[in-house]
Write a protein that binds this ligand. Structure first.
Ligand code: GLU
Length: 291
């Protein structure tokens, strides 16, 4: 085994579909091509959005495709104490502040400023002390600097956090941990060296790199693979009820996923044969950059 550690981190909001299989397969192939370790982490951070039994179903679907975690599966739902500790560290460094704004308050504040970019928090509560009993969410203060990285597929990506994102939520108004905080803490805790996932998360990455730096964690390498879209060009997602993967007949699904990833037709007769040949094809198509 090399020092490579990759992961697939599904949210259990529904069964695996063609789009999530692409992300799972890409991260698995990259880990195997590098003789590394592949982990599965269930991101069960948001119970209201979850579907009962989805985590177990996803793990069964992955297993049918020959994709099994090399270490015990991590469930984020059981790790609140760990996120709390990271949150307290950020608070102690003065980066985090309580925010009393509702969605409506933010809308009102930003609509008064013509040309204000959608979704960017205007910083209202960063400039005042919010009484404890009025705090809804907790935000992290972002500096006006450009955070950049080189993605193995998308190339050079740069984002001005203050201009493009604004101070973002690390603990939500409903008391739940924000994805951004939990993913950074767990990529760090699991010593993930390589994040391979869907391109919808490309513009989340500078936020995650910023949080890694704030928490003294290393930044992994990133590879964001093209999204699978439906006939209308929308991302396939569990919320839009994409067809679940047929675990009884995984080979055609795996072939389709490989083709989407730009691999040549594999044409294997078994899942293990497919995975072996696809790993070799992956190594050619997405070589690891020299250290
Ligand atoms: N849980 C996220 C999702 O299902 C993936 C997060 C990640 O890979 O960083 O889209």
């Amino acid at each position: 085994m090399s020092g490579y550690r990759g992961r697939f981190a599904p949210s259990p909001t529904g069964p695996l579909h063609a789009g999530s299989l692409v992300a799972a397969l890409a991260s698995w192939l990259d880990a195997r091509a590098a003789h590394g370790t592949w982990l599965v982490r269930i991101e069960d951070l948001d119970p209201p959005r979850e579907l009962a039994g989805a985590a177990a179903l996803i793990l069964r679907q992955l297993a049918a495709c020959g994709l099994e975690s090399d270490e015990p599966v991590l469930f984020q739902g059981a790790r609140s104490d760990i996120y709390e500790r990271a949150f307290e560290a950020l608070r102690a460094s003065g980066l985090v502040y309580g925010c009393a704004c509702s969605r409506k308050d933010i809308e009102t504040a930003t609509s008064a400023q013509p040309g204000w970019p959608a979704g960017v928090y205007p910083g209202t509560c960063a400039r005042r002390t919010v009484p404890r009993n009025e705090i809804r969410a907790w935000r992290i203060r972002v500096p006006s600097t450009v955070v950049g990285f080189v993605d193995r597929c998308a190339g050079r990506i740069a984002q001005d956090l203050a201009r493009d994102v604004g101070d973002f939520v690390v603990k939500r108004a409903d008391g739940l941990w924000a994805y951004q905080l939990a993913v950074v803490v767990d990529d760090g805790a699991q010593h993930v060296s390589d994040v391979v996932r869907g391109a919808d998360l490309l513009d989340n990455t500078p936020r995650q790199i910023f949080l890694q730096r704030a928490l003294g964690l290393p930044t992994p390498r990133y590879l964001h693979v093209p999204l699978v879209v439906d006939a209308n060009g929308a991302k396939l997602s569990k919320q839009t009820l994409a067809a679940p993967l047929d675990a009884r007949d995984p080979l055609p699904e795996l072939e389709r996923a490989a083709r989407h990833l730009g691999l040549p037709p594999i044409g294997a007769r078994s899942v293990s044969g497919f995975l072996r040949a696809a790993t070799a094809a992956w190594r050619e198509r997405y070589p690891l950059p020299a250290p």
